[in-house]
Design a protein around this ligand. Structure first.
Ligand SMILES: [Zn+2]
Length: 364
């Protein structure tokens, strides 16, 4: 707090010391005639501006910032290309295929700066843009920190999903101590095709997606795939909670821990995973904990085994060491700790040590 006050005073002094025209000053001649924005979800946000002055306009910049969990406010700046003139119109599209997408319900804000040949400069007030998926007639249901959006199925369908989500949060807190810290949004698409249409680079097997920095999840669930949907929603919701809890600028989580917690939250391991795990144990081709700390393989079978092992690792850790140590582990990761260091600090073994203990647990 004190640091921030000192910083603000420093900024103020620097500002006073600046020679020449103040950074923001409206002048009679130079003015914005029209500023427009149009969201083309999920691919683009289109901006346009027309401005006029009594001398040539020479510089136009668009500034924007996205509302998401971050460690520092990131403001993007785009310098528009145009021919200097007294009346100018410019357009610019933010193409999310180049930058990565935003989930439905996210927010951004933008403003323009316009400068003329005499060095006069105006800056527009920031405008907030709501980035929604307007292809569907969303209804919503809120409880505690969760809001669920859906458009297919009746109220009881949404209620059942909300109850499942609330129970998942309670259960997760009981074995990890981790709780949702900020509001989270759940978007329920009617089917996976609809969900894929809301994503920039969907993979065809995507059933659900967690936008952890936006505290938003999106899943395709039809009323006749409710059982699958509840598991998928619980899985993605776990990612949101864990990422809120460990959010730090230095380090991420080992993949086996992130995915293992999400798999463990779903409930007992499904047969397809169990079978592959048993087979890998018998054939002595398990993946090491150290390898499971990196992103999982893109090959289906190898990836199923990675998820199955992650579940089993969490099953081992939670059953043997309990909730309070899991919370301490997450809090250690929140401080930006390395993987081996965090395990060593809380449990007294590193990733190789965990690998050995876990092997004797599953082959006992
Ligand atoms: Zn996952």
């Amino acid at each position: 707090m004190i640091k921030r006050a000192v910083l603000l005073i420093l900024v103020a002094i620097l500002f006073l010391a600046l020679p020449g025209p103040a950074a923001v000053r409206a002048v009679d001649g130079l003015q914005v005639l029209e500023s427009r924005v149009e969201v083309d979800f999920p691919m683009k946000v289109n901006f346009s501006l027309s401005a006029t002055g009594d001398t040539d306009i020479t510089d136009i910049r668009l500034h924007y910032t996205v509302d998401q969990m971050s460690h520092a406010e990131v403001i993007s700046e785009v310098s528009l290309k145009f021919k200097p003139a007294i009346l100018v119109e410019v357009e610019w599209s933010w193409d999310m295929r180049k930058t990565g997408g935003m989930p439905p319900g996210s927010r951004m804000s933008y403003w323009w700066t316009v400068e003329d040949a005499r060095g006069e400069r105006i800056e527009t007030e920031p405008t907030v843009v709501q980035v929604d998926d307007v292809h569907y007639p969303w209804r919503s249901l809120s409880e505690g920190l969760l809001t669920l959006y859906w458009y297919n199925g009746d109220e009881s369908f949404a209620r059942e999903l909300m109850d499942t989500a609330q129970q998942a949060l309670v259960r997760m807190a009981s074995y990890t101590g981790a709780e949702l810290e900020n509001p989270a949004e759940i978007y329920i698409y009617a089917k996976s095709e609809d969900l894929l249409g809301a994503m920039i680079f969907p993979q065809e097997w995507t059933g659900g997606v967690a936008y952890t920095r936006f505290s938003t999840i999106a899943i395709g669930i039809s009323p006749d795939s409710l059982d699958w949907g509840k598991r998928a929603m619980t899985h993605e919701l776990t990612h949101l909670v864990i990422h809120q809890v460990v959010f730090n600028p230095y380090n991420d989580l080992p993949t086996w821990l992130d995915e293992g917690l999400a798999m463990y939250a779903e409930g007992s391991l499904e047969p397809v995973f169990v079978n592959l795990l048993v087979q890998a144990i018998n054939e002595d081709r398990l993946i090491t904990v150290r390898s499971l700390s990196s992103p999982f393989s893109a090959y289906a079978e190898e990836s199923i085994l990675a998820y199955a092992q992650s579940y089993s690792l969490l099953d081992f850790i939670i059953n043997n060491y309990g909730q309070s140590q899991m919370l301490e582990l997450l809090n250690t990761f929140r401080e930006g700790s390395g993987y081996d260091e965090a395990l060593q600090k809380i449990y007294g073994f590193d990733m190789d040590g965990l690998n050995g203990l876990w092997l004797s647990y599953i082959t006992r």
